[in-house]
Ligand binder design. Structure first.
Ligand code: HEC
Ligand code: HEC
Ligand code: HEC
Ligand code: HEC
Length: 345
């Protein structure tokens, strides 16, 4: 009824504008769950419809049959094995079958191999995959403060695709100096920062370089810009908020999942998920600097970004809109031998 009167008085143009405006909204009802004390903004708002679609989109591949762990090592059986040499022949072939399903289901073995000679390293995807094994082993062995015993497999990021759905590249940059209208990546909304007008690529500074994320003033009457004594600027604060928008949208949660909104900086008032997230930030920095960025020379030009850099990971690469990737499905436990570093076995 209300809309009717409203649209009548506004006329046709108004109605069209309203339809356009509401078109961006989600259908009610929304479900809300309070996760902290009242009045602190610690509430999670979810659309049941969207939650259902997200769950339905996740199809877990079947576990490969157990392999015989005895017998000669892959390093003795094969010619050019640099990372998986500690596995038995059976385990080696088992993990080849698994990654084919996780990463290259359409192309099969040929997605990474010259089928005339499996030892040959001429297909770039094989060279990338070898490094991916090392990266996955590192995540599972070193970053349990983030991934717990759940761990990750190639499927956590790839989901049956050669190129994961969520990757990012360095922004080609803005040549204008700040006083001549440099936009700091603003007003060019992209999905990775939830279409906000915040800097659209805070990731080079904060998820590759160890840029300072903490920007709030620590004194009762903060300086402007806040934390100016540590060199933090308004632009830095905007980057922090850009990253926070990514973390929220990447995990499909609201800010209150990790913060008490009356004191964003306070760790004492934050839920434990914020500590997990902190470890996640450190982990992603290592994945990008140690594994993904250095693969740049291996990729063909069409896989590189506008700035000529290699594709990289952020929170959404694993999480894909869910607070625990794949809703916490523990795929790693079935491949713990294959996806852990040799010394952990
Ligand atoms: C996603 C990429 C990828 C796919 C798909 C893949 N492989 Fe591999 N394969 C590798 C990598 C990487 C190595 C090297 C491992 C190492 O260095 O430890 C390898 C090595 C091998 C080797 C050892 C060759 C030698 O003598 O050095 C065999 C055998 C093999 N793969 C078989 C297969 C089979 C069979 C399939 C299909 C069922 C397959 N692979 C699918 C990435 C892949
Ligand atoms: C943390 C997320 C993550 C995990 C885990 C992961 N990958 Fe990747 N992978 C990436 C990213 C990011 C790229 C770069 C995408 C691109 O090539 O454009 C990539 C690229 C690749 C490529 C090259 C694709 C292409 O065509 O350019 C292969 C092959 C690959 N991964 C294999 C694997 C294998 C095998 C595993 C498990 C041992 C694995 N990945 C685990 C994130 C991941
Ligand atoms: C998944 C958890 C998570 C979510 C969701 C999240 N944050 Fe954060 N936030 C963190 C972590 C972790 C830090 C601290 C990073 C560090 O210390 O290096 C932080 C830091 C901050 C800071 C800086 C605090 C300081 O000490 O100066 C602000 C401001 C902030 N977040 C705001 C937000 C806002 C606004 C949202 C929602 C758009 C949000 N955060 C969503 C985890 C989260
Ligand atoms: C390599 C894959 C991967 C990446 C990248 C990743 N995470 Fe996670 N994250 C996981 C896994 C796996 C879990 C589940 C751990 C468990 O079950 O205990 C998790 C759990 C979490 C949780 C706890 C959720 C809960 O419900 O308790 C938070 C918060 C989180 N991640 C934040 C982040 C943030 C923020 C980033 C980016 C800075 C990030 N993650 C990047 C794999 C990843």
């Amino acid at each position: 009824m209300k809309t009717k009167i409203f649209t009548k008085s506004l006329g046709l143009a108004g109605a069209a504008a309203l339809a356009l405006l509401l078109g961006g909204c989600e259908q009610p009802p929304q479900e809300t769950a309070q996760t902290g004390p009242r009045g602190t903004g610690m509430v999670q708002v979810k659309s049941p419809e969207r939650e259902e679609a997200k769950r339905a989109a996740i199809v877990l591949p079947e576990v490969q049959p157990e392999a015989d762990a005895s017998g000669p090592r892959a390093s003795e059986v094969y010619e050019n094995v640099k990372v998986l040499g500690h596995l038995s022949e059976g385990q080696f072939i088992r993990v080849m079958a698994a990654i084919t399903e996780w990463v290259q289901p359409e192309q099969g073995c040929a997605g990474c191999h010259n089928l005339e000679n499996l030892a040959d390293d001429s297909v770039y995807t094989k060279v990338v995959a070898r490094r991916m094994f090392q990266m996955t082993q590192t995540i599972n062995a070193k970053w349990t403060a983030h991934v717990g015993q759940t761990g990750v497999t190639c499927y956590t990021c790839h989901r049956g695709q050669a190129v994961p759905a969520e990757i990012w590249f360095k922004s080609p940059g803005d040549d204008n100096p700040p006083y001549m209208g440099a936009k700091n990546g603003q007003n060019a909304p992209v999905k990775s920062v939830a279409y906000s007008t915040l800097p659209n690529e805070p990731f080079s500074a904060l998820l590759v370089q160890k840029g300072e994320i903490r920007v709030q003033g620590t004194t009762a009457i903060p300086q402007v810009p806040a934390r100016v004594e540590q060199g933090q600027t308004i632009q830095d604060a905007e980057k922090t908020y850009g990253l926070m928008m990514h973390m929220s949208t990447g995990l499909g949660v609201n800010c209150g999942f990790c913060h008490n909104s009356r004191a964003f900086g306070s760790w004492a008032e934050s839920p434990p998920q914020r500590v997990t997230a902190w470890h996640g930030i450190q982990m992603v920095r290592e994945l990008n600097t140690t594994y993904l960025d250095p693969l740049q020379p291996v990729y063909p030009a069409n896989r590189l970004g506008e700035a000529g850099d290699a594709p990289k990971a952020y929170c959404a690469t694993c999480h894909q809109g869910v607070n625990k990737p794949l809703y916490g499905a523990a795929m790693f436990k079935d491949y713990a031998v294959e996806l852990s570093p040799p010394k952990a076995n």
